[in-house]
Unconditional design. Sequence first.
Length: 188
Amino acid sequence: ETSVNAVEIARLAEDAGVKAIVIHGRTRKQMYSGEVDYNIIRKVKEALSIPVIASGAALAPGLIKKMFNETGCDGVAVARGALGNPWIFRETAGLLETGTAPAAPEVDEIAHTMRAHLASNVEFLGEKVGVIHFRKFFAWYTRGLVIRDLKVRAYLACTQEEMMLLVDEVQKRRRSPSYNAMMKPSLL
């Protein structure tokens, strides 16, 4: 933490001919936890003439907007924030363009996207590997939902059909008024 050298390294990279740079606003020791240091990203941006793309904790449209505002960066790299939430790009664009993020996706759009993602996995990786690979994405798409039983079954699923049935069940439960009564308002 005492040897933050982002500005010096970024200048060396620019001097070597790099055309743009991505900077993660945390130290190596912090990895993916702790506060993002917007100040160091801003200092890198001010020191360089090439585009600076900020990274770190870009998990929601409001945080992405804050990253732009606090750092003056040219772009934001959205990594983990897009896992199970490809709508983050649409929502962020809406927030940046109009000041208001569009409504979160409806349950049918989420289920459709999950099915398409699973089908693509199976097409490109084969059924066994595609389903195994999709298990983690099932967890990401359903993050925050009270469906532990389905998540356990997803980690045991071996076929595309089994996984599709689980997506159907997620969709069915999310449509249920009794299920939605259990949810925190921010997750609906």
